[in-house]
Design a protein around this ligand. Sequence first.
Ligand code: ZN
Length: 214
Amino acid sequence: MDFKELILKEYEVLKDWYPKLEMPSFGKYYCSIKGVVDLIDINGNKWDTYSIEIKIPPTYPKEIPILLETQGKIPRDIDWHIVNKEGICCLGTDSKIYRELQNKITIENWFKKFGYSFLANHRYRAETGKYANGYYRHFNDGIVDDYKELFRLNSKEEVVTYIKYILGKKTKSLNTNCFCGSNKLYKRCYLLYKEKHFHNIPEFIYEKDLKKLQ
Ligand SMILES: [Zn+2]
C-alpha cells in the first residue's frame, strides 16, 4: 500500500471519531488533514471546540505526524506546550509516543491518545489553572526524564550509557549481568533477546536521542 492509499484508509477510521476533519490534502512535503475537533465531556456533552491541522510526513508511519492548533486558542508559549507561532503542539517525546502505541501507529490511535488528550488537557488547565496529568519538561530534559522513568535511572549520564548498551555501541563481558536489570547474564539476555530491550521504541529514535544527549 502506498502512502496516499494508507492515509486515505486511515482517514476513514479517523473520520468516524472526528467527523469534522476534512479530507486529507497531499502537498509536496507532507499530507495535511485540517478541521475541527469537538471535545466531549464525561456526560457526553460538547465541552469545547478546537481547530487543528495534522501534518503527516511522507515517511509515515516510520515517522509520526505533527499536530497544530490553528486558531491561536492556546497561547504560543512553551509553558503551554506550544512550540512555535504556527501552533505546533508538544505532545511528548518520540520515545514515549512510540512506546505507548507499541510502535503500531495509526493516525487514529496517535490522535486519540496524544492529540485529543493534549487538547483536553489544555481545556482543563484553562479552566482550573493546572494540567490534569501534571507538568513535563521539554526538549532534552524531557527526553532524559522519560528514559529515567522507563529504565529507572538517576541521571542523564546513566541514560546515555543505557542507550549505548541498547544500541550495542557499548558492550559488557559475556558472563556479567545484563544492563537491563534482569539478573540474567549479558550473553543470555541482551545477546539472545536484543529486541526485548528496545521497549517498542525504534532504533532510529534511540540514535536520534543519543545524538541530542551527548
Ligand atoms: Zn537484558
